[in-house]
Design a protein around this ligand. Structure first.
Ligand SMILES: [Fe+2]
Ligand SMILES: [Fe+2]
Length: 210
């Protein structure tokens, strides 16, 4: 592969710093904006905040995955196809950040660790081949869709704002998975998917609390 250009390295480094510093820009309206704010009890607020912190960390990981992929892959067609997905991941990150603020809670202290792991996953698979890298995106999205489904169920019943965000994210993640497979991503074998489920559980269980 050709080494990435200096411009590309600086651009990706800038995106990494913005992700970890919580400075995310998005033009797409937050789906929660059109929802009447709801009154949550203290414990409901806490529960919603914990779930949204997990989802926020998932979006930090998505940024890292795409940054790693962008640096490692030199296939312009694949990069272009994934650009739209990467933009939508930035929307998700910004929406989750907004909601965490409204719920008076913090982002996960473990974000830098999971960012580093996902970046390595994106970069290593990108160096192997685009098909493996896209396979990782597809398999990751599959995990994300599963945990979004469970979170939509576990949110306090009256928290329609968080639910609106997660439902729009789910629509987008399904699309990202399909795009990655359509672009030639390989379906990972079941044992690999099982290992990914274990890693994903470690992430969701730890960031729920810290
Ligand atoms: Fe996302
Ligand atoms: Fe996604």
């Amino acid at each position: 592969m050709n080494p990435p250009s200096i411009d590309s390295v600086i651009g990706h480094f800038d995106a990494a710093l913005r992700t970890l510093a919580g400075i995310t820009r998005t033009d797409r309206p937050n789906p929660a904006e059109s929802i009447e704010p709801c009154d949550l009890t203290d414990s409901e607020k806490k529960q919603a905040g914990r779930l949204m912190r997990v989802n926020h960390c998932g979006e930090v990981c998505a940024q890292a995955l795409y940054i790693g992929q962008g640096l490692a892959s030199d296939n312009e067609a694949v990069k272009e196809a994934m650009k739209q997905a990467a933009q939508e991941e930035s929307d998700h990150l910004a929406w989750c950040e907004d909601r965490l603020e409204e719920l008076d809670t913090h982002t996960s202290y473990l974000n830098p660790l999971f960012f580093a792991l996902s970046f390595a996953g994106g970069a290593v698979t990108g160096l192997i081949s685009d098909r493996v890298n896209l396979g990782l995106v597809a398999a990751t999205e599959e995990q994300v869709i599963k945990h979004l489904d469970s979170h939509i169920d576990r949110l306090p019943e009256s928290d329609d704002q968080s639910r609106a965000i997660l439902e729009q994210m789910r629509v987008d993640e399904v699309k990202h998975r399909t795009t990655a497979l359509d672009e030639g991503g390989v379906e990972f074998p079941e044992p690999v998917k099982k290992m990914m489920t274990l890693v994903s559980k470690t992430m969701t269980r730890s960031t729920y609390w810290v």
